[in-house]
Design a protein. Sequence first.
Length: 87
Amino acid sequence: MLHLRDLCCFIEVYELRSFTRAAASLGTVQSLVSSRIQRLEESTGASLFLRLHRGVVATKKGELLYPHAKRLIREIDALESALRLDG
């Protein structure tokens, strides 16, 4: 099962190419971002990032996941906005 917060962390790490910068951007600690990515990798059965000395690079599976994750987050944001406006 994929978790929304895990996908949000994945997007931040992907875009910032760093667990540390993603944690700062999300207002959390690096260890939480790492554990969310690890859970996402376990859920998908795929390594999503290559951990390098100076940041991370997405694997082929990470590249595949990114546009889908972005679309899901946009859709959820649109749904939340629609529900607020309809209320």
